[in-house]
Design a protein around this ligand. Sequence first.
Ligand SMILES: Nc1ncnc2c1ncn2[C@@H]1O[C@H](COP(=O)(O)OP(=O)(O)OP(=O)(O)O)[C@@H](O)[C@H]1O
Length: 317
Amino acid sequence: MRALLVVNPIATTTRPRTREVLVSALSAELDLEIAETTHRGHAIELGTRAAREHYDVVVALGGDGTVNEVVNGLLVDGPRDDLPALGVVPGGSANVFIRALGAPRDPVDATGLLLEALRANRRRSIGLGQVNDRWFIFCAGFGLDAAVVGRVEQARSRGRTATPGLYVRSAVAQYFRGPERTTTSIELKLDAPPADAADGVGAEPSGRFAAVIVQNCSPWTYLGPRPVNPCPEASFDAGLDLLALRALGLPSTLRTVWQILSPQPDPHGRHILREHDLSGFVLRSDAALAAQVDGDYLGELSELRFTAVPNALRVVV
Ligand SMILES: Nc1ncnc2c1ncn2[C@@H]1O[C@H](COP(=O)(O)OP(=O)(O)OP(=O)(O)O)[C@@H](O)[C@H]1O
C-alpha cells in the first residue's frame, strides 16, 4: 500500500519523538513517503498530489489546520471512490477531528489505533461540509466564534500558545469589545427541500442573526478534555447542523453558554434557531463579518454558501 505521511513540524504538540515512532511503525506496514510542510497551504499541495498520483493512504501528523489542508488537497477534483483514505495522528492543540472520531488524544496511542485499522483494512466513510470553495471537516462559523478564532490566531502570531484559557479570554474580550454584540446582520436562507425545489418554490429567509455556528459532527470543539456541543445531534453520517443566535444580549448569551456546557447540552429558547441535517444554506451579511472553518480564520466575508456532501471521504480509524 502506497502511503504519504504529511508532517507539520511546527504544530503545537508535534514532537520529533512522535514522528520517529510513527515513521518506524508505518514503514513496517506501508510503502511510506514522508513530506514535511514548509509553509501555510503546503499540505493542500501534498493532498492534491496524493489524490492525482493515486496513493492509497495519506496520514496527517499535525493539528486540525493541517488535516483541513490535506482534505482540501485530496478533494481538489471532488469526491471519488478511489481517493486515498485519510489517517490522522494528533499533533495540534485541540485535535477535534480525530477525537470526534473516537481516537485517543495521545499520539502514540493514536498511532497504535491507526496501525490496527490499517492491518484490519478498516475505513469509515464520512460526510463533509463545503463553504464557498473550501471543504471543512467538523465546524464553521460566521460572526462571534470566527472573530474569536481570528483573535487567537493573532495572539499565536505574537508567540502565545493555544490553550483553552487563551480561547476563553479571547471569547470574553471579543464579546465585550467586538462589534458582534450590537449587530444582527446575518440573514440565513435554507435551501428548499427537494420536493419544493421541483415545484419551483424557493426557501424563505429564516430571519436575522448575530452569530451562526455550523457543525458537521459532534462535538463542535473541546475545552481541554471537555466536549463543547451546541448541536449535539450533529454527525458525520448526516448533513450539516447549525445553531443561530438572534441576538447576543448578556443574559440570553450566558443562558445559551450555560445550556451548551451542561452535561446533556440542549440549547433552546426564543433567541435561538437550531437546525439538524441540512443539505445546504446561505448566510449573508450586508457588512462583512469574520468567518472560520475548522478553527482556521478565513477573514471577513459577506456571503457563505454551505453544502453538505455525504460520503465525501474515507478515514482509516
Ligand atoms: N512550516 C510551516 N510554517 C508555517 N506554517 C505552517 C507550516 N506548516 C504548516 N503550517 C500551517 O500551520 C497551521 C496550523 O497548523 P496545525 O493546525 O497543524 O497545528 P496547530 O495550530 O498547532 O493545531 P490546532 O489547529 O489544533 O491548534 C496550518 O494552517 C498550516 O497551514
